[in-house]
Design a binder for this molecule. Structure first.
Ligand code: ADP
Ligand code: SF4
Length: 693
């Protein structure tokens, strides 16, 4: 085993948090996962794997403490009454199995909870519309003294239950715009005139009371951390960084740990496109000096150097990680063992967040096993031994091909990866050269690094294979991961048949731009894809001197990025760059000097002067090889071929996370007996109530 660099020893020093002791400085801060109360065993196993990977503290996602505070349609945990305890006990047992501390983030959403399921009236410091992603037409009532007393009682009960469920840390939470604690703290959401409003001391009263109540109820054996925002990122309209320094000075020694985050969830969990590693440093610097209690903060930390610097320069005591712990649950152990090159670094894409935002189990671009640990029994570091066959030919070294090669190599197969181009990575190599997407090359780098260490995996470049060559080679298993290319005919969501395009008009696709074919003049980007590509290419073209108009049938730019928490940042950036944005319009026809647009509501048309059109619409699978091989199926046995499978974008184009998943799944399922007529994963079904009548 390689010895770890002594510079990182500081990361492995134990530290007390109130009555409990963390074995090292790796602190998995609360994070959602799309599973919550609906998929508790999936959640428990996911946390269990992180405990195995060396995290000292592992926290749950937010746990709603009462039915007057639930955030349907988002699925988090609940600790409403004793019925929730078995589910929570499964999680704490799973975390304790590997000697980690289990924390729970108690949350009273208040004016952030629409209560669509419980049908209770939401409550907050003020009587205003509730603040949700979905603009629900519901208002909160202003809490009276009785309501505040009730809230304190519910929080206390939840804390006692959390202790009974086996948690070691029980949080008081007021960050990300999500909790009543924050709503009371900020003058933006608290304009009360009683002792809970006005002065900072008054606005911090609820926070103080909840800390005191929780300490009183369970502080003898459980640590009581506070997760709190340190800047609302709205200037004087909200709570400022300076004000929060005053709050922390005021309550300095009350909690057992301070866990700092800034802004709303989109600020705190910004993508790599908008914020670098350790981006919170400028806000959190100096907070540690206001308290003797340990301090944790986040920053999408993946570099042990940055982590050690945070501690040595006395900014943080614990390295808080959500996404880096998702991308690599074994991050602490890999650093401990000096296996830095094995770290699967988070790329900052926020695909994990999209799970929570869409009510689906979260997935991760880098770690295809995330949230499959229980239902598919997938371990992020281990593969089952190989099956009956010996070898695999993988064609295409994009994310699907690379992940299949890595995972099959681990299983012990002889693997040949054939790539038509001169370098690996497929779409991630090309897209990582676009503005803000550099970290996406980590999808390639991690896999390439792993494969290079495997004597049983060989990669051949400049090997554009045809079906007859594949038949000649004599491999038992063939995986076709040949990717996809962008269309140029306008077909996507709005148009399902090609639009009218003058043959002399300049039409570009994202592939052209990535191949360095850059247009000039007045360029219309037609975005019927709705993810990042349209916005990223608008930036590229503006930087190249084009006058850019972005047209989309959606009501906003890069519509789907609402799920990656980027939409606001993207639209702001394009507006600042001077991109003209035309929403709710589809491209109808392209001439050499103008294009015709159609309003998606009225059908009214108008024209725009254009020198060229960049179609960001949808992609076509590169499935020629797959189709050719299928037409030779009768010769497979003669050639020794046992299986042929098309995977990733070559099967059906989707985000990169889908491709790494497809590659991993292929590797897991090779030589296994798969019953396609039943679900391919374990399900957790609701236990029927005994009380039918
Ligand atoms: P995915 O996202 O599914 O992994 P990509 O488009 O990223 O797909 O990668 C596909 C890779 O396959 C590209 O690097 C491409 O050069 C390669 N490729 C495509 N066709 C062939 C072929 N016939 N032989 C070898 N490599 C191919
Ligand atoms: Fe990081 Fe993306 Fe994985 Fe989330 S989905 S943990 S942002 S790599």
């Amino acid at each position: 085993m390689t010895k770890r660099d002594s510079r990182y020893d500081i990361l492995f020093e134990p530290m007390d948090i109130g009555p409990v002791t963390a074995k090292n400085r790796f602190f998995q801060v609360p994070h959602c996962n799309g599973g919550g109360y609906r998929d508790p065993s999936s959640v428990a196993k996911m946390r269990n794997i992180k405990a195995e990977g060396g995290w000292a503290v592992i926290n749950t996602e937010q746990a709603e403490i009462h039915a007057t505070s639930e955030i349907t349609p988002f699925i988090e945990l609940r600790i409403w009454d004793d019925n929730d305890l078995p589910m929570l006990r499964r999680i704490t047992d799973a975390i304790h199995e590997h000697d980690a501390l289990a924390g729970i983030e108690l949350c009273y959403n208040g004016m952030n909870g629409p209560n669509l399921h419980s049908r209770e009236v939401p409550m907050g410091p003020m009587a205003v519309p509730i603040a949700t992603f979905t603009n629900d037409p519901i208002q909160a009532k202003a809490m009276n003294k009785r309501d505040i007393k009730n809230l304190r009682h519910w929080h206390r009960n939840a804390a006692i239950r959390a202790k009974r469920a086996g948690f070691d840390l029980v949080y008081v939470y007021g960050a990300h715009g999500f909790g009543a604690v924050q709503h009371f703290l900020s003058r933006h959401t608290n304009q009360r005139t009683d002792e809970y409003g006005g002065s900072l001391e008054n606005r911090a009263r609820l926070l103080r009371e909840l800390i005191e109540d929780t300490k009183d109820a369970i502080g003898d054996s459980c640590a009581v951390p506070v997760r709190i925002l340190i800047d609302e990122m709205m200037g004087d309209r909200g709570i400022t960084n300076n004000e929060m320094r005053d709050v922390v000075s005021m309550l300095s020694e009350l909690p057992d740990l301070w866990d700092f985050t800034h802004g709303n969830w989109a600020d705190d969990s910004a993508t790599a496109r908008f914020k670098d590693e350790a981006a919170q440093e400028e806000y959190v610097k100096g907070f540690k000096q206001l308290t003797s209690k340990p301090v944790v903060g986040v920053g999408r930390f993946t570099s042990p150097d940055t982590m050690a610097r945070q501690i040595k320069s006395e900014i943080l005591d614990f390295i808080g990680c959500a996404r880096p712990s998702i991308a690599d649950p074994f991050l602490p152990n890999k650093i401990a063992e000096g296996r830095y090159e094995d770290i699967r670094e988070c790329i900052g894409c926020n695909i994990c967040v999209t799970g929570d935002m869409t009510g689906a189990l979260s997935r991760c671009t880098q770690n295809p096993t995330f949230m499959e640990e229980w239902r598919k029994d997938w371990h992020p570091e281990k593969m089952q031994a190989k099956g009956r066959s010996e070898n695999v030919l993988i064609i295409g070294s994009g994310p699907a091909g690379l992940e299949a090669a890595r995972a099959l190599g681990l299983r012990g197969y002889e693997v040949l990866l054939a790539e038509a181009g001169t370098e690996p990575g497929g779409r991630v190599t090309r897209e990582s050269k676009l503005p803000g997407l550099a970290s996406w090359s980590r999808v390639r780098d991690y896999r390439q690094g792993q494969i290079e260490k495997m004597p049983n995996v060989n990669v051949y470049f400049e090997s554009q294979l045809t079906a007859s060559q594949v038949l000649e080679f004599g491999f038992e298993n063939i995986a076709i991961a040949t990717g996809a290319r962008w269309r140029n005919d306008g077909i996507a969501r709005y148009h399902l048949s090609a639009i009218s395009i003058n043959k002399a008009a300049f039409i570009y696709t994202p592939d052209d731009i990535m191949n360095g074919e850059l247009p000039n003049g007045n360029i219309l980007i037609y975005d019927d894809d709705h993810y990042y590509m349209g916005g990223v290419l608008a930036e590229t073209l503006v930087k190249n001197g084009c006058k850019v108009t972005l047209v989309t049938p959606a009501t906003r730019v890069s519509d789907w990025t609402i799920n990656t928490l980027e939409q606001h940042f993207i639209q702001k950036k394009l507006l600042r760059l001077g991109v003209k944005i035309i929403t709710t319009h589809a491209l109808l026809a392209v001439e050499t000097d103008h294009s015709t647009l159609e309003c998606v509501y009225t059908g009214d048309t108008h024209t725009l002067e254009t020198d060229g059109v960049l179609m960001v619409t949808c992609r076509i699978s590169n499935n020629k090889l797959g189709n050719d091989l299928a037409s030779f199926e009768s010769s497979w046995a003669k050639s020794g071929i046992k299986s042929v499978k098309v995977i990733g974008d070559a099967e059906a184009p989707a985000p990169i996370a889908w491709a790494t998943y497809a590659g991993h799944r292929y590797a897991r399922e090779l030589d296994e007996i798969i019953d396609l007529h039943t679900p391919q994963f374990k399900r957790e079904l609701v236990g029927l109530s005994q009380n039918w009548n």
